[in-house]
Design a binder for this molecule. Structure first.
Ligand code: URP
Ligand code: ZN
Ligand code: ZN
Length: 458
């Protein structure tokens, strides 16, 4: 059956235009100023609505074991939350433990996701060790549709040293590969934590103070110098602050290709959240790198506006407030991460587009088009054009509402954005031609497909 979306405003990375969109089966058939429906075509009147390509969240952690506990959201609840927020594809991080093979990590993540996911999905592969047997597995990853990787410069369980980063990047360069980096200075964090503990300080406020912005910037700078040595483009994931962005700009001036991701928590929250007097209030915002200053927020919005930041993902890593209790007497034991997969687009529209910090086209580029290009899914995903998957978000600019955890499907049980006013709202979400969400009601089961990915096209 064909479905025609008539009378809406279609958003792309270049701008907006009034156009009709005709879909058939799983694909978009035609986008034109006017499409005349044939007999039997279902017609959806979307006058006054925005049509955006299904959003891609290229940074989620579902069903992840950390700090002796497991994230509240698995692929079942996490992808339902994603869909409700207009996200039709997630790229989660497959995370083998040190000593385990990449193949094992990939199989494990397929077991976690296959048959449970309500939106489409893929995985980045975490490289937390470098040796000949892991190097030999890289080709297999590409053959299995995994074309992007992540390395951590902190977290003892996952971090990898500069020498290993260098050799791993050399191998990825042979494949035209792309790798995201968590940039923080691990040894300095250890030193600062040691000092806090020696001084008897254990509160949530110690979390940002032991992971300062300039040490994130230092790690970004060091990583970019390693990438310069290898001569390979890299992605800085969850970049939080002006100093780190400055390091990226310096590398670009030397001719390096660097991609940057930031997240809503760094755009709409500031560090004062860690000083909330109640532990349960403050601990909900603990994530790494931490939430920074209002000035950093402004620098990130400007970075999006100027095209210095290419993507906004969520780093959705959900723990309930009960799980966060683990760090009540020791801030280093608070499971790190915030939920966000369900609220990203509405926050970016409200606090970015309607306040004129960014345009609708920038929203579309950073939530859909750029992640599709960066992670090898374009033009199947990330664009409303003939031949693309019929992943559509119908956004109603008039559906103002207030964010409440009680209304969300994430199992986190809270949202860092409780009480935030939202301009407009996601009205419908179509996944490969099927109406998946209608006014908040999820209409499909675990019908998400694994999306094998190709090379970076950004
Ligand atoms: O605190 C965070 N962000 N947890 C998720 C893992 C990561 O660093 O991306
Ligand atoms: Zn990270
Ligand atoms: Zn993450």
């Amino acid at each position: 059956m064909k479905t025609l979306f008539r009378g809406g405003t279609v958003v792309s990375g270049k701008g907006t235009k009034k156009a009709d969109v005709l879909i058939e089966g799983e694909k978009i058939l035609q986008v034109a100023r006017t499409v005349t429906p044939q007999p039997g075509t279902r017609v959806m009147d979307v006058t006054g609505k925005l049509l955006l390509p299904g959003f891609i969240d290229a940074h989620t952690h579902f069903d992840l074991d950390v700090c002796g506990t497991t994230t509240a959201d698995d692929f079942a609840s996490g992808t339902r939350a994603a869909l409700r927020g207009g996200t039709t594809t997630v790229v989660d991080f497959a995370c083998p433990n040190k000593g385990e093979s990449l193949r094992y990590g990939l199989e494990l993540w397929h077991r976690k996701a296959d048959g449970k996911s309500s939106c489409d999905y893929s995985f980045h592969m975490t490289i937390d060790d470098w040796n000949p047997s892991i190097a030999a597995e890289i080709d297999h990853m590409y053959a299995a549709g995994i074309s992007s990787f992540k390395m951590y410069m902190t977290y003892p369980a996952m971090m990898i040293g500069d020498k290993a980063i260098y050799f791993a990047l050399k191998k990825l360069k042979e494949k035209g590969g792309i790798c995201g980096f968590h940039c923080e200075n691990s040894e300095l964090i250890d030193a600062l934590v040691e000092e806090k503990k020696a001084a008897g300080e254990n509160g949530v406020g110690c979390h940002p103070r032991t992971r300062p912005a300039h040490l994130e910037a230092e790690a970004v700078s060091r990583l970019l110098r390693i990438a310069q040595t290898v001569d390979i483009p890299v992605v800085i994931v969850h970049l939080t602050n002006a100093a780190a962005l400055h390091e990226v700009e310096a590398a670009r001036k030397r001719g390096q290709r660097v991609y940057v991701e930031t997240c809503p928590q760094y755009l709409v929250l500031d560090e004062s959240v860690y000083d909330l007097p109640d532990y349960r209030e403050a601990s909900q915002y603990v994530c790494s790198p931490p939430i920074r200053t209002a000035a950093d927020q402004r620098a990130l919005w400007a970075g999006l506006r100027k095209g210095e930041i290419q993507t906004v993902s969520t780093d959705h890593c959900s723990f309930t407030l009960e799980q966060k209790e683990a760090g009540r007497d020791d801030f280093t034991k608070i499971p790190g991460g915030v939920p966000g997969v369900e609220t990203r687009a509405e926050l970016i529209y409200t606090y970015g587009v309607t306040t004129r910090k960014i345009s609708l086209a920038t929203m579309c580029r950073t939530l859909s088009e750029n992640p599709a290009k960066l992670y090898g899914m374009y033009p199947r995903k990330g664009v409303i054009a003939a031949g693309a998957d019929a992943d559509l978000v119908i956004y109603d600019p008039a559906a103002d509402h207030t964010l409440r955890a009680a209304d969300l499907v994430s199992r986190a049980g809270y949202t860092p954005y409780e009480g935030f006013p939202i301009r407009g709202g996601v009205q419908q979400v179509w996944l490969r031609g099927t109406l998946a969400v209608d006014h908040g009601a999820i209409l499909i089961g675990p019908e998400g497909k694994f999306i094998p990915r190709g090379k970076c096209m950004l």
